[in-house]
Write a protein that binds this ligand. Structure first.
Ligand code: GTQ
Length: 342
């Protein structure tokens, strides 16, 4: 208890930049994970009109990145969806360019709407299609452009809060808005995405050399898996995206996952210490996160905080994409999961 004598002591030591641990130990070292992050759902049909209005207010060029942040209601003003990860919906209209820059934050793009706009990474463009998972590795030049006739929207996932925690942010603008194309489209896929790699190639960075994981191939794998075996009771048919050069996650700070839930399938209660952002890709269903129930359909996005029980129920054949900070937690020996009720 903070007696008057103790209070006086605390006030005496404060100018020396000292504070008593025993007054806050219980809040710092908790028995179980605590977070201000709360479960939340963004329905795409509700967000889309706002995004299109942003399209009329500012160009991609002026904005640099025309993104509406999906801000967790429990983390107001912090521009983040979980304690560690950012989520935002980026819009590029026909004819627009989001100018080239680079930063130490890693980014993923999960394509929501539109066909064929490109992102360029280190001199190679990739045309994006719905459901594709595209990576912008740390410190690589990247610009986005839309030479098609329709708006292009994708979900950005970045490790902004992780880099902030570590005070390791660097960023710079490229001299030219659009980076020169130095390699033909499909070059990195040919080198790295066919269970092959150049004979003398050694990885220089921790991110996958495959920078577009096309949905068509992912979907085909899920289809085959669902025919060939029983779904995991807690995950359905769940896979992680892999860096073929290391076998590790595709990105060093963000784990990315895809799962197929057959029609009528319900997962058992599951929780893990990595707060997770989900995107509904196909089908419809309901997910329960803690005491919240979210009904979703394609393009809807929801978030499950660390250590909160999650269940999914698929009303028809459904696919969920998700991302979390699991690679970071695993490397630090912190990651835990619990299958079923305690
Ligand atoms: O496309 O480079 O949502 O730098 C936030 C920061 C996207 C990007 C975001 C970024 C980008």
């Amino acid at each position: 208890m903070a007696t008057a004598e103790r209070q006086a002591f605390y006030e005496r030591i404060a100018p020396a930049h000292l504070a008593p641990l025993w007054e806050q130990l219980h809040a710092l070292v908790t028995a179980e994970p605590t977070t201000s992050c709360v479960p939340a759902l963004w329905r795409y049909e509700e967000v889309r009109p706002h995004l299109m209005q942003a399209g009329g207010l500012i160009t991609a060029q002026e904005a640099q990145r025309r993104v509406l942040i999906l801000e967790n209601p429990g983390l107001k003003g912090q521009a983040t969806i979980t304690g560690s990860l950012f989520a935002g919906l980026q819009l590029i209209l026909p004819g627009e360019v989001a100018p080239a820059h680079r930063h130490t934050q890693s980014a993923l793009r999960f394509i929501i709407e539109g066909h064929g706009a490109y992102t360029a990474v280190n001199g190679e463009r990739t045309a994006m299609q719905p459901g594709d998972f595209v990576i912008t590795p740390s410190w690589t030049w990247h610009d986005h452009g839309n030479d098609t006739e329709e708006p292009m929207v994708w979900l950005d996932g970045l490790d902004i809060q992780i880099v902030k925690l570590l005070s390791a942010s660097f960023a710079e603008q490229a001299p030219a808005e659009v980076q020169a194309v130095t390699r033909p489209e499909g070059d990195s896929a040919a080198r790295f995405a066919n269970n092959l790699m150049p004979v003398d190639w050694r990885p220089e960075v921790k991110t996958s050399p495959v920078f577009n994981y096309p949905y068509a191939r992912t979907r085909e794998a899920l289809e085959t898996l669902s025919r060939n075996g029983e779904p995991d009771p807690y995950h359905g048919h769940k896979m992680r995206y892999v860096n073929p050069a290391s076998g590790d996650y595709a990105m060093p700070t963000i784990g990315t996952f895809i799962q197929f839930l057959p029609q009528g399938f319900s997962t058992g209660p599951y929780r893990s210490t990595d707060g997770t952002v989900y995107v509904a890709v196909e089908g419809s269903g309901e997910s329960r996160v803690g005491d919240q129930a979210f009904r979703w359909q394609p393009r809807d996005i929801f978030v499950a905080p660390s250590w909160m029980p999650v269940t999914h129920r698929a009303e028809d054949d459904a696919v969920l994409f998700s991302y979390s900070d699991r690679p970071v937690q695993e490397k630090l020996g912190l990651w835990r999961e619990q299958r079923g009720n305690a």
